[in-house]
Ligand binder design. Sequence first.
Ligand code: ADP
Ligand code: GLC
Length: 486
Amino acid sequence: MTRVLQVSAELYPLLKTGGLADVAGALPAALAAAGAEPRLLVPGFPALRESLSKECAVAPVALPWSEGRAALLRGRLPGFELPVYVLDAPGLFDRPGNPYADANGMAYADNHRRFALLGLAAARLAEGVDGSWRPDIVHAHDWHAGLACAHVAASRARRRTEARTVFTVHNLAYQGLFPADYFCDLGLPPQHYAVEGLEFYGQVSFMKAGLHFADAITTVSPSYAREIQTPEQGCGLDGLLRHRAGVLHGILNGVDYGIWSPAHDRSIAQAYDVDRPEGKAACKATLQRECGLDVKPGAPLFGIVSRLTEQKGLPLVLEALNDLIDAGGQLVILGAGDARLEAAFVDAVARHPGQIARRTGMDEGLAHRIYAGSDVVLVPSRFEPCGLTQLYGLSYGALPLVHRVGGLRDTVVDTTLEDLAAGTATGFVFNAFTADAYRRALRRAFALWSRQEFWARVRGTAMRGHFGWDGAARRYVAVYEGLTSG
Ligand code: ADP
Ligand code: GLC
């Protein structure tokens, strides 16, 4: 059985800023079911450190700089059946709020140290500091864990471990870039600061460390695996990714149906499923009331649950807002982030009270109620590595309206006449990233809404789809076994 250490900065349900947490929370159980032996390593952020029970000290972790202390603890986290390692370093991690930035949204000045230490701790575990368990594979997620691949490579060169590494790109746009003179804090051999290493145009790149040093690379959908090898979406790393194409795999994320299913979701007004969809109407009315929208069963309700960033394509929604409202639709948006986007939605609510509603902050319960109460989820992202919100929309019968890109392309089937007739349509997909193409997809959604019998049929196909973690976990295990055999 392959012993695999999952290294992640976020973990649902304890600490979440986006889809990375959902993946890190769901993957371990799926890997165990697929025959691997996973454990987790997470930074000692308060939400994680304080939830650790049955803890024991494993070993101190020597810091590459002079002040402070760090230690690896092993224990249990609620909801997880596997042992979890927490990197306890209060000077680095014991800060309120977001894992990456302060209350004003400014990235912490010592992020390079915080996440370098995470990588170092992973390498110590690979070297066997926990006498009772040593991973065969270190599986690092996103730039925060990218240095694990570099540190394990350094340990391997010193013959302190034989572990192999897998690096998963959840979003190439966030790279963990730091000034070159921070390199001396990272605890790595000097030769690692090189083009054949983690140097990126005169800076240190944690993302590049993962891409260069990992034995295998995965990303979260087949389409994104292709897209990041192009200059348009490669964020300057497409050359390296093309060079490593032979070890790059696109493995689509899954849905944890134990959490994201309207049949047994405790946070929604009424349970429903594909055979008894009636409860969805009650969920819609409850959501309309909760958000101060007019309670109109006949108005198609569009929902958005999203980080408000450039990536998510929300300017298209704003540009075509009148089209949506004039056609009799309603919009509810839950999201936080970019101040200008937030202000634009505040303004939209003021102009269309009763038809547009907005909530900010992270609200897990409301997110569930939006998927359950909406008829459509809007995900018009400019780029989208995988995207989970469209998958949750499918599960709850809120038809996704998406840009044909990345994981959105791989998971939603447009309602063309052909796919409608074949019974394969599940949503609305537009090709060009333009307001015009988005508007035409909106019009297709309204056209289908006016034919409720067809709407119900497409919704049924959407809800019957299965994007479970089982298939993804089997593919990850195959990648691990490819690295450890022989
Ligand atoms: P990304 O990781 O790029 O943000 P995903 O679609 O993969 O996009 O995942 C987003 C996750 O974050 C989903 O679980 C979604 O429900 C959740 N989410 C986003 N914004 C909020 C919010 N304001 N409140 C609650 N959940 C949110
Ligand atoms: C990233 C991506 C998103 C993906 C998520 C989980 O945040 O933006 O598309 O679904 O990671 O892999």
